[in-house]
Design a protein around this ligand. Sequence first.
Ligand code: CP
Length: 316
Amino acid sequence: MSFFLIQMNFDGKDIISIKDFSKKEINFILEKAKEMLPYAKGEKYKDILKGKILSTLFFEPSTRTRLSFESAMNRLGGRVIGFADPSATSQKKGESLADTIRMADSYSDAIVIRHPQEGAARLAAEFANSPVLNAGDGAGRHPTQCLLDLFTIQTEKKKINKKKIVLVGDLKYGRTVHSLAYALALYGANLSFVSPANLKMPKEVNNECKKLGVEPTHSSNLEKAIKDADVLYVTRIQKERFPDAEEYNKVVGSYKIDNEMLKNAKRSLIVMHPLPRVVEIDPEVDNTSHALYFKQAFNGVPTRMALLSLSSGVTL
Ligand code: CP
């Protein structure tokens, strides 16, 4: 596992969970992401990953994570192999995940994997010599999304400590908020969790926050939570994770952010969403100064450029 964060003694580590990183290490990655911004925008070019190959193995649908990883690799002169449709791979013939990983490992220098099963990225890392970057494992974790979210908040708000951050929506199945809640607690944010009663943040994540000295508030009242918030992080109700369609139908549309909902918010409130959105943010919000979700999605490119370059042992 030589393709990794050499300046912070990350040799041999994979990116499976944000909990694999200390605050100092996260700050270091965010600093590198900032340096990557002009390269991510195509204003500057350096082929520091020339000769490197990245495997992108997507066993679940994706737009942003896969394309931003591919863009990041291409922007730095590297190449990408992989698949977005597992039914067109030998998995269809019964090949195991372990063997698929062994193959990708022998064909490339790093592996990005998205998989519907929680723990799949951790398992993949056991069968790969090159680093494995978790692009989302079921309802588990999504560490690179977490890093780009932190990058976005830090860039927009200058600091995270003491900022009031409201996480709203499907906090039970939404893997992005599981990683983010932990990381925000690490930075000492003031956390407020808003969800329907049956989609509350898992106890495990709540306890992680408490251990870090942050006591999140829990409620189902979004209007009240928004009032003095600095960041509103909205999530989609994760239809694909519900064991029962009836249960999904009961909660879909529980929260809808529109201009009326935001009328008493701080002028400086930013609205974030990992995307895709379905019904939870009205398109009328897109044209307001609150809407940060498209910029947030773009920030996936510099953040993933930072991760890919650091893990290859080269910097700008
Ligand atoms: N945020 C995110 O993971 O988006 P995609 O599912 O489109 O990759």
